[in-house]
Write a protein that binds this ligand. Structure first.
Ligand code: SAM
Length: 312
């Protein structure tokens, strides 16, 4: 427990998919004037340096947000809107603009995690609220420090608590409108069971909420079963759902035979998925338009592709 640090993974292809979906969902939900509560059960540190030690060591952002900016924003992230707006779908443009807003023109150096992505889209006048949970002591401290800079006051609350457990007391929200993001690290196998158990409980407490789950697409039965279990829960509750995956494929050099004294290259995570219950009805078409250029920019070879399915 607690060996996972999101700083190694910030801005990778999985964050690109997750944060694109998150932005699109929030933009839709904040179109209605009534207050929205957003719960981020696994918040992480909130802000990440892409030119720091962690990201530098893993190089994951190089194959994610940095590659995307290079391909689509012509290395001018803050001006992405003026460069390629005519050819990019709104979901992708919104993602580039939001990341660009945390950076000066040029290669992005800072990456906003989900707490900062969400906070940026909340409305003070509507009294939207953000509840953040993070268990890791170091990341919790970083999150508190990062959020303090926003001077967001009572709009944002942070607790060092188990997000799955803490969520129970928040549902249903007083405003009767909520988005819950469940983004565990799946560092411990029990997360794969806790997500659907928590979702079943949420659907009983607050059936009309919107729920979003991220998961890694890896050859593990629990990971494979997770979207199926969520789909069953949605169907049994009579709720609509959306399931999207992005696979950037394997590096061409992964197939090469390595010399006996070389370490085999680590395959790393090549694919991930996001499952939503009660998604915006506009999201399926929006992602179908947004993902082809993302795949074109990030695709590395064998296995690459994306899916967008929905029902209910
Ligand atoms: N949501 C973040 C984002 O998109 O920027 C990334 C979160 S990261 C994948 C998962 C985080 O959950 C880690 O920082 C980890 O320390 C934390 N964590 C693990 N188990 C937890 C739990 N039961 N409750 C709250 N946080 C937890």
């Amino acid at each position: 427990m607690f060996s996972y640090r999101h700083a190694f993974h910030a801005g990778n292809h999985a964050d690109v998919l997750k944060h694109m979906v998150l932005i699109a969902t929030l933009k839709y939900l904040t179109e209605k004037p009534a207050a929205l509560m957003v719960v981020d059960t696994h918040a992480g540190a909130g802000l990440y340096r892409l030119d720091g030690d962690y990201a530098g060591k893993s190089g994951e952002a190089d194959d994610g947000v940095l590659k995307l900016f290079k391909a689509l924003a012509q290395v001018k992230p803050a001006q992405a809107a003026t460069n390629s707006v005519a050819t990019l779908s709104p979901v992708l443009q919104d993602y580039l603009d939001l990341v660009g807003a945390f950076n000066h023109a040029g290669k992005p150096k800072v990456y906003p995690g989900s707490p900062f992505v969400i906070q940026r889209l909340l409305r003070h006048e509507a009294r939207d609220k953000l509840k953040l949970f993070e268990l890791h002591p170091t990341d919790h401290n970083s999150l508190e420090g990062n959020i303090a800079q926003l001077e967001a006051g009572r709009q944002v609350a942070i607790a060092r608590a188990d997000g799955f457990e803490a969520l129970k007391a928040l549902l249903p929200p007083p405003s009767r409108r909520a988005l819950v993001l469940m983004d565990p690290s799946y560092e411990i196998k029990s997360d794969y069971a806790r997500v659907p158990a928590c979702m079943a409980d949420c659907l009983k407490r607050f059936p009309t909420g919107s729920y979003m789950v991220w998961y890694p697409v890896i050859p593990r039965p629990e990971a494979h079963d997770l979207p199926r279990r969520l789909k069953t829960l949605a169907t049994q509750a009579g709720k609509s759902w959306l399931h999207t995956t992005l696979n950037i494929g394997q590096h061409a050099d992964m197939a090469q035979v390595t010399m006996p004294d070389e370490k085999a290259p680590r395959p790393g995570l090549t694919a991930s998925g996001v499952f939503l219950i009660n998604p915006p009805h506009t999201l399926k078409a929006a992602l179908q338009a947004a993902l082809p250029p993302v795949l074109e920019a990030l695709g590395r070879g064998r296995g690459q592709g994306f899916t967008v399915d929905g029902g209910g």
